[in-house]
Design a protein around this ligand. Structure first.
Ligand SMILES: [Zn+2]
Length: 816
């Protein structure tokens, strides 16, 4: 669906916040009467200074609106806004509307599980979808308590931000919640599988779809244990108790983000309930996500940014605290090394593009432009800077400032200047000398990373500030020095353009442990030495640092693809190259192999097979070797052999079966009936997504026609399926898809008529012709950015064009 609504501007939000104070919301939802829509009756009590303003409302239809007893003509509703004229003092607004169930992960998302035909519903109001569930004044700094009343089918369980009870079959009454921003309001409703526990007086619960109940049961103890450990640690660090009553963690289908920190009712993407075997990397990612959302209950939920430009107050803190607490109190002590693989490049690459922005004070003037800044800078870079700040201030001052901030603005809103004030006061109180102003202006308020590189001839470390964002920063970090076969660590502080580093070394890896924030580029001699050295590096952090250095060099066309393949061949696969979108394997196969000399994929395949033959059956290393071997395979007989009889120690689960089927389909070795039969035998949600990807990857015209109909929205699929189709679209012989490059740019703008929000932008990125590394495609991408596009689409295409330009630079510098 498309919500042709106006994004809220900052000045409009400020005017409305100074006019109104919201007393409370009373919301009645009827979820049981239709599969397409639901009834929504909202009563808002608020106080006004008196005067005109507007209500946010994005319904299918409006039955009745009244303000202070007088009815308002619903015909005045335009672009999601209803003008109203408030009276001075108390006001009561009642809106009776019919709202849409959505399938794009926003608003009230409804989906039917193909495994058993059961329907599930969850609410995602972030960041401007609340008005598709209930009438509201939708901005972060108009907080109010909510009381929900829900009618639902009799076999459903309904969970909300506040505790609720079923008062008669199908009727649910909820307690009045604490004051919440509109974007935190949620409901999770359906025939969920529920598991309950309790810790330190806090009722805990987990939920998932029934068809994956056994998988949630299997991991419930791990999830509850992490939750309890994190609660204890956050209570110890903050000295302020979790204030929202129950703590429910809902695993929900087709969720766009990793998770959402709704107070008392956190929603997670349900691939985090592992239905197939995963490696430790995925478990760490889930643990840090659990901890991240818990950190948000304080940073974000208890105290909320006044406006979206301070979203880093939420995300950078939650990211830093989530990683730190996971590493310090859960079984995943190696969380930082894993995050280095998973998130570091996400932040570094975003920070080097033309679209970079400062961590703090990014100046977002409206809600939609703010959404574009929910990127690697707000998460990964912000977390890295806060880690440095905590190290510089010391924990005592760092947390004293945070606690002061939570106490002053409890259940309210604040800005970064409020937090800086709290830190300044805490530092003064503790007698800590620290120039917070300089630190914040250099690291939080300036965009772009410095580049660090080692010059072995001059024995100096060069520091270059980003040309568009000049700064004079110093960096204190560890460097890993390889002398002969022995690695040692050297502490170094780099300031000015050149800093001496006098060491006897055949390789120098700068900042492998992410001590500072910079793009560290390895020199040519180091790259050559790594070919022989990588396989024997046993330190997880150093190995992650080597790969981050190589990826930074790649991003700047400063390493030969042939050298990257040599190093990968020597080290493939190490256990922490988890095969998920942000990590090393998709980069290696998706970006490096296509620009490397012919035969690169085959060499990596042979390396994976060698590893597979030598590792212990049943080990994680075996699983990741096997996945790498499947990913790089093209032999039908080998893939079919694995489908029938996997290597000893491996069980073919849904994930592995579809990895093999997808590879067969991509190579034209599996037909549609085989894929359909595999789905029919196990019609799970995950399988349907794989099926749609595989159907689009088949190297024939029919597959591409189908894929294109998904892109244009002619075929309406849920969000995950759209992404799977997009990622599969450009596989196969170039002549099959060549005609679609031009069509992508011609037909992209109209996709905004079929989709909105996250799924609109994500589809634009997933279907971008990233494999067409030509000047013509780059020119077409730059031309389309100039059109009147949805801001989310424009940002994704601009970043994809930036990638393309960098790939072209590699092609020119290192012709294969
Ligand atoms: Zn977050």
């Amino acid at each position: 669906m498309s919500t042709q609504s106006l994004p809220l501007r900052r000045d409009e939000a400020a005017a409305r916040a100074s006019l109104l104070k919201i007393e409370d919301y009373d919301v009645r939802l009827d979820l049981g009467s239709s599969e397409e829509t639901f009834g929504s009756v909202t009563t808002i009590r608020f106080t006004s200074r008196g005067g005109p303003t507007f209500l946010d409302l994005k319904p299918v239809s409006v039955e009745r609106i009244s303000l202070n007893g007088a009815s308002i003509d619903p015909g005045t509703l335009a672009k999601g806004r209803l003008p109203i004229s408030t009276q001075e003092g108390p006001n009561e607004l009642v809106v009776e509307a019919t709202m849409p169930f959505r399938n794009d992960g926003e608003g009230l998302h409804r989906s039917v599980d193909p495994a058993d035909g059961r329907a599930y519903v969850y609410g995602m109001c972030f960041m401007d979808a609340a008005p598709t569930i209930f009438a509201c004044f939708d901005q972060p700094d108009l907080k109010a308590p909510y009381t929900f009343h829900v009618t639902a089918p009799h076999d459903w369980t309904v969970i909300g931000n506040a505790p609720g009870t079923q008062t008669s079959p199908g009727t649910w009454e909820f307690e009045r919640s604490q004051p919440l921003s509109t974007y935190f309001v949620t409901l999770v409703a359906g025939p969920w599988h529920m598991i309950h526990d309790e810790h330190d007086g806090i009722p805990l619960s987990l939920s998932s779809r029934q068809s994956i109940a056994a998988d949630l049961d299997k991991d419930a103890e791990e999830l509850f244990t992490i939750t309890k450990q994190c609660f204890d640690e956050f209570h110890r660090l903050f000295g302020i108790r979790y204030p929202f009553g129950n703590y429910h963690q809902a695993f929900v289908p087709e969720f766009n983000a990793g998770a959402m920190e709704n107070p008392g009712c956190v929603t997670f993407r349900d691939p985090l309930v592992f239905t197939s075997r995963v490696t430790r990397g995925m478990r760490i990612q889930r643990a840090t996500t659990v901890a991240h959302e818990m950190a948000h209950q304080w940073f974000g939920d208890l105290v909320t940014p006044q406006w979206w430009d301070d979203l880093w107050l939420n995300e950078s803190f939650a990211e830093y605290m989530g990683n730190r607490v996971t590493a310090e109190v859960t079984e995943y002590a190696d969380a930082w090394a894993d995050m280095s693989y998973a998130r570091r490049q996400w932040g570094l690459t975003a920070d080097q593009r033309g679209s970079t922005h400062s961590v703090a004070g990014n100046g977002a003037e409206d809600a939609v432009s703010a959404l574009q800044n929910f990127d690697g800078i707000s998460y990964s870079k912000g977390s890295a800077i806060l880690r440095q700040l905590a190290a510089s201030l010391g924990d005592d001052v760092f947390f004293a400032g945070a606690i002061d901030h939570f106490t002053r603005h409890r259940f309210g809103n604040a800005t970064m200047h409020d937090l800086f004030g709290s830190w300044d006061a805490a530092a003064a109180e503790a007698g800590v000398e620290f120039d917070l102003d300089t630190f914040t202006s250099q690291w939080l308020l300036k965009a772009g990373p410095d580049t660090l590189s080692w010059d072995p001839a001059k024995m100096v470390v060069n520091r270059t500030a980003p040309s568009l964002h000049p700064a004079d920063r110093s960096h204190t970090f560890r460097a890993a020095i390889l002398n002969g076969t022995r690695w040692t660590t050297e502490d170094i502080t780099v300031s000015g353009d050149q800093t001496p580093l006098q060491v006897a070394a055949n390789a120098v890896v700068l900042d492998p442990y992410d001590d500072t924030w910079a793009s560290a580029i390895p020199d040519w001699e180091t790259v050559q030495a790594l070919k022989g050295a990588i396989a024997s590096i046993t330190d997880d952090g150093l190995r992650a640092g080597v790969w981050n250095n190589l990826r930074s060099a790649w991003f700047n066309a400063a390493v030969d693809p042939a050298d990257v393949i040599d190093i990968a061949e020597a080290s493939l696969p190490v256990e922490d190259l988890e095969d998920t979108p942000r990590r090393t394997m998709p980069w290696l196969f998706g970006s490096v192999v296509p620009l490397a000399p012919a035969g690169a994929r085959e060499r990596l395949h042979e390396a994976a097979l060698r590893k597979l033959a030598e590792v212990a059956p049943g080990s994680e290393l075996q699983l990741s070797s096997y996945r790498a071997a499947i990913r790089s395979a093209s032999s039908e007989s080998l893939l079919r052999e694995w489908l029938a009889t996997p290597p000893a120690g491996i069980e073919t689960d849904l994930d592995l079966r579809w990895r093999i089927l997808a590879k067969l389909a991509e190579n034209g070795l599996a037909d549609r009936s085989e894929l359909q039969a595999a789905y029919d035998a196990e019609p799970a949600n995950e399988a349907r997504i794989h099926l749609n990807g595989a159907l689009v990857s088949i190297p024939d015209a029919e597959a591409k026609v189908y894929g294109w109909s998904v892109f244009t929205g002619e075929t309406d699929l849920p969000n995950y399926d759209i992404l799977a189709a997009g990622r599969a679209f450009w596989t196969g012989p170039a002549e099959l898809t060549a005609g679609y490059v031009e069509r992508y740019f011609a037909e992209l703008p109209a996709t905004a008529e079929k989709r909105s929000g996250w799924s609109l932008a994500e589809a634009a990125e997933a279907f971008f012709p990233s494999g067409s590394v030509t000047e013509e495609t780059l020119a077409a991408a730059r031309a389309v950015i100039e059109l009147d596009l949805d801001p989310g689409v424009r940002r994704r295409v601009a970043d994809a064009a930036d990638n393309l330009q960098r790939q072209l630079a590699i092609k020119v510098t290192y012709p294969a």
